[in-house]
Design a protein around this ligand. Structure first.
Ligand code: NDP
Length: 299
């Protein structure tokens, strides 16, 4: 694959008459970084669209983050993703924040715009893009399980997209209330915390149910959300953000109940699509990226 891509790119570089071997550089700063499959998905998209760009997966410890960002600026990187543990601390090294990143105070994608390094959050935007393939959240009632970083990103985007109500159900009350308070204060949405009671029944008027906890993530693949399966009704959209395995117990149970389901690969792939749009202006083919990820996860 790599050699085909390189041959193709060099051919493209030479075909125009003028040689150009200077690629656009993008990548990721995280720790640990070795198990992050994003690079494979991004390379597949760059190769498919014949974009002369590289995605470099870098392991950056917290105390080196400032140096890494200065290095990326010095080398003219088009931008980079940030994963744990840098999503919040990277902000002090940036020149500004996009709207939703400013509300959630977390950045997973930086973009060089007019010489300024701007922090965006494409996790929630990726979720939204994936959700919009089946339902527009505007005017809808949402129940979201979880109040961690991913839940925060999703809640803010759903609120900005005009969701009528968002109920945050979380095991830990403090985190749940904090998230509901933050989104309720900073957006027009009606957001409330609800305690996670045993065999939680999703309210009847719910349109969209989201699992944004880590329940079901490999290797604990049989773990299930403590909710009443009978409260999942046909017509509801049930989205799980667990990317591996994509067919979680929640996805399977919701499918049996006649719900429209979304798996976590949609969010993963679509945040990559948005990153590529930010960095290169190209509308990447989500199918190509999804197939590469499915190949990696063996699904
Ligand atoms: P965090 O650690 O910030 O939050 C974890 C959340 O899960 C908290 O709300 C926590 O509740 C809850 N939780 C964990 N274990 C349990 C349990 N046994 N019972 C009830 N609640 C539980 O993680 P993130 O928000 O960053 O990530 C959450 C998941 O989302 C991960 O599995 C990650 O893989 C996935 N993800 C997927 C993405 C995608 O593109 N598909 C993108 C980003 C994340 P409490 O507050 O009570 O501890």
């Amino acid at each position: 694959m790599a050699s085909i891509w390189h041959d193709g790119l060099f051919a493209a570089a030479l075909a125009g008459g003028r040689m150009n071997f200077l690629s656009l550089i993008t990548g990721s700063f995280a720790m640990p970084a070795a198990e992050n499959p994003t690079v494979a998905m991004m390379d597949a998209a760059y190769a498919h669209h014949r974009v002369d760009a590289r995605y470099i997966n870098c392991e950056v410890p917290p105390e080196k983050l400032g140096d890494a960002v200065r290095g990326a600026r010095a080398m003219g990187w088009a931008g980079f993703n940030c994963s744990l543990p840098h999503k919040v601390t990277v902000i002090e090294h940036l020149d500004g924040l996009g709207e939703s990143a400013a509300i959630m105070r977390a950045v997973n994608c930086t973009v060089l715009r007019d010489g300024k390094l701007i922090g965006e959050n494409t996790d929630g935007k990726g979720f939204l893009k994936s959700l919009r393939e089946v339902v527009d959240p505007a005017g809808r009632n949402v129940v979201i399980f979880g109040a961690g970083g991913a839940a925060r990103a999703i809640c803010v985007e759903l609120a900005l997209a005009g969701a009528r109500s968002i109920t945050v159900v979380n095991r830990g009350r403090t985190r749940g209330e904090e998230l509901a308070g933050l989104v309720g204060e900073r957006t027009p949405a009606n957001v409330a915390y609800a305690p996670w009671t045993t065999n939680y029944a999703v309210p009847e008027n719910t349109d969209i149910v989201v699992n944004a906890t880590s329940i079901g993530l490999y290797p604990d693949v049989d773990a299930r959300l403590d909710l009443d399966p009978a409260s999942l009704r046909p017509g509801m959209v049930v989205a799980d953000i667990i990317p591996n395995p994509p067919r979680t117990r929640l996805v399977r149970e919701a499918e049996v109940r006649g719900c429209t389901v979304l798996d976590g690969l949609g969010m993963l792939v679509n945040q990559g699509v948005i990153n590529i749009k930010y960095w290169t202006g190209v509308d990447a083919d989500a199918g190509v990226m999804r197939r590469r990820i499915e190949q990696i996860f063996g699904v």
